[in-house]
Design a protein. Structure first.
Length: 167
């Protein structure tokens, strides 16, 4: 058995608060990201015979933000089930772009632990919070300039998406 390593990561979080309603913010995010039927997409991707065909299919499914939704988890549904809990809306959106992930994983395989990314949206008394943990901060430990460059580009896409959805 090889030695087990533990690495400590310092993660930076981008967070913005919107005066819009929760449903308005979600609607704005939904307008900007793709919403493919993931099962069907994976089946179609498996049938592609070239990377060019794979890219074409991915590019046909991403939204204007360059991202697609893989999964949405309504964390608030659990809160709403417990009458003793303070209930509020909170959604975790797992989103990304397999082509961007590929570029990071080529240079830092561990990037696959962080992509696709999480966008967290929740309501509080002061507004609707939109949060995202920066990919650049996850990959900083690996000190790979090419992966970091891709992470920065991904972070820019997600931050722009959140700023536009919050505005």
């Amino acid at each position: 058995m090889k030695t087990t390593n533990f690495s400590k990561l310092t993660v930076s979080r981008f967070s913005i608060v919107s005066a819009k309603s929760f449903s308005e913010v979600i609607r704005e995010i939904d307008k900007r990201i793709g919403h493919p039927n993931i099962r069907e997409l994976y089946e179609e991707l498996a049938k592609t015979s070239t990377f060019q065909d794979y890219e074409k299919l991915i590019n046909s499914e991403i939204g204007e933000a360059g991202l697609m939704e893989f999964l949405r988890v309504d964390l608030g549904s659990t809160l709403r089930k417990d009458p003793a809990a303070k209930s509020f809306q909170i959604v975790r959106i797992i989103a990304g772009n397999p082509l961007i992930m590929k570029k990071m994983v080529e240079f830092v395989p561990d990037a696959g632990s962080y992509a696709p990314v999480t966008i967290l949206v929740y309501e509080r008394e002061d507004g609707v919070h939109l949060c995202y943990d920066l990919m650049e901060s996850f990959l900083a430990t690996y000190e790979n300039p090419r992966a970091t460059q891709e992470a920065i580009a991904l972070d820019s896409k997600v931050k722009k998406l959140l700023i536009e959805a919050a505005a």
